[in-house]
Design a binder for this molecule. Structure first.
Ligand SMILES: C[S@@+](CC[C@H](N)C(=O)[O-])C[C@H]1O[C@@H](n2cnc3c(N)ncnc32)[C@H](O)[C@@H]1O
Length: 244
C-alpha cells in the first residue's frame, strides 16, 4: 500500500516548492506573541514544526519550546539550524495523532496549514490531543488558509518566478469530500522539474468551532492574519484562537 502524502512530501524538496509561499517567520513570531499575549518563559508546543521556522525564533525569545513533527528530514534541518543559532528546543519526532503531554503547555501553535491532513475522526483526535496537552486556560492558535476561499470552490492557477525557476501552484476543491488538493510544480532554470501535491480537509468556521468545542476548547477570536486583521472572505488566512 502506498504511503499517505503527508509522510512523503515533507522532504528536501519542500523548501524549493513551498518556501516561496511562506511569510517572514520573524515577523509572524512577533505578531503571534502580541496576539496571544504570551507571558515571558511560557511553555509552547509547535505542532508540525517543520524546519523550526517559528520554533527557533520563539526559543531565542526565551520561551520554553517543544517542536513536534513526523518528518525526520524537516527535524534534521531544524536541529542543524538550532545548533548553529544556539537555540534550545526540545525536538520530538512523533505523529500529531498520538502526541499528548497532559497539562504541559501554556500554548499550542499549528502554523501554515498543518491541520486537516487526516480523516475527520483523526483530525478531531488531533484537537483532543491539543486540549489535553494544554494547561487549564491554555491557548491554541490554528493558522489555516481562509476556509471561505476554500469552500467557495475557487480554483487557483498561479505561476510565479522564484530564485530557482518558475513555480506553479494549482488548487482544486472537491465538493463531495470537502478536501482541497494543491499541486506545486517547480521548473528549475536548468529545465529540471520537481513537483509535489497535498490534500487537506477544509472545515467551515462552524465545523471548526464544533470540533474545538467537542475537544474542550472554546473559540475566543477568528482573525484574517497573524497580525490580528479582521477575518473576511478576502483574507488570505484564517487564524483561530481557542482556549481550553
Ligand atoms: C505545511 S508544513 C508547516 C511546517 C511549519 N509549521 C512551518 O510553518 O514552516 C506541515 C508540517 O507538518 C508535518 N506533519 C505532517 N504530517 C504530520 C503528522 N502526522 N504528525 C506530525 N507532523 C506532521 C510535516 O512534516 C510538516 O513539517
Amino acid at each position: 500500500m502506498s504511503r499517505p502524502w503527508y509522510e512523503t512530501i515533507f522532504d528536501e524538496r519542500y523548501q524549493e516548492l513551498f518556501g516561496p509561499l511562506e511569510q517572514d517567520p520573524e515577523v509572524e513570531v512577533f505578531q503571534m506573541v502580541r496576539l496571544l499575549t504570551l507571558p515571558p518563559g511560557a511553555s509552547l508546543v509547535d505542532l508540525g514544526c517543520g524546519r523550526g521556522r517559528h520554533t527557533i525564533p520563539l526559543s531565542l525569545k526565551g520561551y520554553r519550546v517543544t517542536g513536534v513533527d513526523l518528518s525526520e528530514v524537516m527535524l534534521n534541518l531544524a536541529r542543524e539550524r538550532a545548533s548553529r543559532e544556539r537555540a534550545t528546543v526540545e525536538w520530538v519526532r512523533e505523529d500529531m495523532r498520538t502526541f499528548v503531554r497532559p497539562g504541559a503547555f501554556d500554548a499550542c501553535l499549528s502554523l501554515f496549514t498543518s491541520f486537516g491532513y487526516f480523516c475527520d475522526e483523526e483530525n478531531q483526535g488531533v484537537l483532543m490531543n491539543v486540549a489535553r496537552s494544554l494547561k487549564e486556560s491554555g491557548v491554541f492558535l490554528l493558522d489555516l488558509r481562509n476556509v471561505r476561499k476554500g469552500l467557495s470552490g475557487e480554483n487557483i492557477d498561479r505561476t510565479i518566478t522564484v530564485p530557482s525557476g518558475r513555480l506553479s501552484l494549482r488548487v482544486r476543491f472537491d465538493r463531495t469530500t470537502r478536501r482541497a488538493r494543491a499541486e506545486s510544480t517547480l521548473v528549475r532554470s536548468d529545465g529540471i522539474r520537481i513537483s509535489s501535491a497535498f490534500e487537506v480537509r477544509i472545515y467551515s468556521e462552524e465545523e471548526l468551532t464544533g470540533m474545538l468545542s467537542r475537544a474542550g476548547m472554546r473559540v475566543m477570536a477568528i482573525h484574517g492574519s497573524l497580525d490580528g486583521a479582521p477575518f473576511t472572505s478576502s483574507a488570505e488566512r484564517m487564524v483561530v484562537i481557542a482556549r481550553r
